[in-house]
Design a protein around this ligand. Structure first.
Ligand SMILES: [Zn+2]
Length: 255
């Protein structure tokens, strides 16, 4: 019996050895053998969630290009975006009751606008902003204005040459608050009474103070005021006439 068991044990050993693997397991691939093209692509990083989400950066505002020529006509709001433009001659809301020109934005020579940039900065430090009532007038609109009001005290006669407004170096301005609210001044625009002159003895102390503030800042920045109109200022550096220039319409950012 013992001999028979021994034979069975030998047979079992032989059987087990026959079933044992005879091939060595594959070794891990080396760097030289890795086919990188077959590697799984790493997933794209997920955007942060919750409080970590950052809003996309707003597109940068285009910076107005400085003209090559200081005498070039430019749209004032392209260089002073927070200036208020209320062109009275672009509507019937003026002393003539008629529309004098068809363009709807203020245009001036670039070097005059540079000075207004300084004016605006100084006024903002005092709690005010500039409001433009009139700027460049084309030769045709100056002629129309003269025909409606042929008074040399208030409108330049085109037959005598080019006025400051038709040169594009003269501007009619008033003050508004930083929020755009009205500020007491000696008179309304194109008031042809004595209130409009630069003798402020006949207006309120507040109106006189505000007009003097405007006058001081405008003069500091290179403008001279007109005696009969507290709102009218000309650049001390006079521009040459440009009878052919007509402002282009549209592209105003404001409604
Ligand atoms: Zn004027």
């Amino acid at each position: 019996m013992a001999r028979k068991n021994g034979i069975v044990a030998v047979l079992l050993l032989l059987l087990l050895s026959a079933c044992a693997p005879t091939v060595a397991p594959p070794s891990p691939p080396t760097d030289e053998t890795v086919d990188t093209s077959a590697q799984p692509v790493a997933p794209a990083p997920k955007p942060p969630e919750g409080d970590d989400v950052q809003p996309p950066e707003p597109p940068a505002q285009p910076t107005p290009v400085r003209p090559k020529d200081e005498q070039e006509f430019v749209r004032v709001r392209d260089y002073i975006p927070d200036i208020v433009v209320d062109l009275r001659y672009a509507t019937a809301d003026n002393f003539t009751g008629t529309v004098i020109y068809s363009y709807d934005d203020a245009w001036l020579r670039y070097d005059t606008v540079e000075k207004l940039i300084d004016v605006q900065e100084q006024l903002k430090a005092e709690g005010y902003r500039l409001c433009i009532w009139d700027a460049f007038r084309s030769a045709a609109s100056q002629q129309k204005l003269w025909e409606v009001c042929p008074d040399g005290n208030y409108v330049a006669n085109p037959a005598n040459g080019y006025s400051g407004h038709t040169r594009g170096d003269t501007v009619d301005v008033t003050l508004v608050t930083l929020e755009g609210g009205a500020v007491e001044m000696p008179s309304g625009f194109d008031d042809f009474s004595a209130l409009a002159d630069r003798d402020y003895a006949d207006v309120s102390a507040q109106a006189a103070e505000n007009a003097r503030l405007l006058e001081r800042v405008m003069e500091d920045c290179g403008f001279t005021g007109y005696d009969k109109e507290w709102w009218h200022y000309s650049d001390n550096d006079r521009a040459q006439p440009a009878p052919e220039f007509e402002p282009e319409m549209g592209s105003s950012d404001d409604p």
